[in-house]
Design a protein around this ligand. Structure first.
Ligand code: FAD
Length: 325
């Protein structure tokens, strides 16, 4: 039995910072993530977007921030298990047995940093669309350069759609953004920049009727939902930003206390199961904000109290890092 001090479920910014802090506290660490790479939502959904609200970084690309988080966490050589999803968690005497789709793990404590769970993009329900996936139809953008000089149609009225319109519009041959209403769920500043920037042909109350092309997207037919009028838009890339579906999966069956979709924690990030902490987007408490900065702080708190739990002689307060090395 290879027993770890702490096993962190989720390798997003919260889990990575938790791993760093557990390392600072000389714990033996394992990270498990269902995705093939570390970085959570930042790596999967918006690697090339700027983040503006992380302390110390006036602006930073999500992928660069993830690289820093990974480097910081890897200083302490955590075991990293990728493409592995958790199934069951059972306490046996003084440790937990955690099973995944790939094996069994043994750990004294658990930090659940699973974010919004395993997430998948919400798909557009139109016949025959599947063949275009990866052939001009995109539910996520991982490489901005591939859209330069292309004719783009962006669908959606949320942050992602407006952010991509702002980022890709200026370099595109053409950029049409459509949304089914004139109400948006994006930052006002971004909306203003897109609508007033001159790079994006924005059309409210428009939806996708069909996609045409011989093996790849060549044009998109959109329609005005008020008049029914149709428009054929020549197009190389169709970006669909319709939100995400997420699933916590078997974690819901572990006996944890939930409030809606959040695991209830106390001020030390402890859950109702002794030895199990939760932090980041997956946890909830009065005043909870789902932000990278807050998730990282919560992970530090959780790691320190987990240390105190397995070694009661150690203090929960870690002291200042500037004085530890
Ligand atoms: P996540 O990043 O979701 O990571 C959780 C990880 O857990 C995932 O990698 C997942 O695969 C893994 N996981 C889940 N369930 C399991 C399981 N059962 N087994 C194994 N692994 C599992 N926040 C900001 O503060 N500033 C911003 O500017 C900002 N911009 C954003 C832009 C977009 C487009 C989006 C979608 C989000 C943005 N956010 C922003 C929110 C931010 O990304 C999240 O708050 C942050 O990612 C939460 O980090 P986390 O580590 O808690 O969860």
């Amino acid at each position: 039995m290879d027993l770890y001090d702490i096993t962190i479920i989720g390798g997003g910014p919260t889990g990575l910072y938790g791993a760093f802090y557990a390392g600072l506290r000389q714990m033996r660490i394992k990270i498990i993530d269902s995705m093939p790479q570390l970085g959570g939502q930042l790596a999967a959904l918006y690697p090339e977007k700027y983040i503006y609200d992380i302390g110390g970084f006036p602006k930073v690309y999500a992928k660069d921030f993830v690289a820093g988080c990974v480097e910081q966490a890897m200083q302490y050589d955590p075991a990293v298990c990728l493409s592995e999803s958790t199934l069951t968690l059972v306490r046996e005497n003084d440790h937990f047995v955690l099973t995944t789709n790939r094996g069994t793990h043994y750990t004294k404590t658990v930090l659940i940093a699973g974010g919004v769970g395993a997430f998948t993009p919400r798909k557009l329900n139109l016949d025959g669309l599947d063949v275009f996936e990866g052939n001009g139809l995109h539910y996520a953008v991982s490489d901005v350069a591939q859209f330069a000089g292309k004719r783009l149609v962006i669908v959606g009225g949320g942050d992602s759609a407006f952010d991509w319109a702002m980022a890709l519009g200026p370099g595109a041959a053409s950029c049409v953004q459509i949304h089914r209403s004139d109400r948006f769920k994006a930052h006002e500043d971004t909306i203003q920049k897109v609508l007033g920037g001159g790079h994006v042909d924005f059309r409210a109350f428009h939806e996708v009727r069909s996609v045409q092309g011989d093996g790849k997207v060549e044009s998109v037919t959109i329609f005005d939902s008020r008049s029914g009028e149709e428009f054929l838009i020549p197009c190389d890339a169709l970006l669909l930003n319709l939100g995400f579906q997420s699933d916590l999966g078997p974690i819901k069956e572990w006996g944890l206390e939930f409030d809606k979709r959040g695991i209830v924690v106390d001020s030390t990030m402890r859950t109702n199961i002794e030895g199990v902490w939760a932090a980041g987007d997956i946890c909830t408490f009065p005043g909870k904000l789902k932000l990278i900065a807050t998730g990282m702080g919560e992970a530090g708190t959780a790691a320190n109290f987990a240390k105190n739990y397995i070694d009661p002689k150690s203090r929960a307060h870690p002291g200042h890092s500037s004085e530890l090395k």
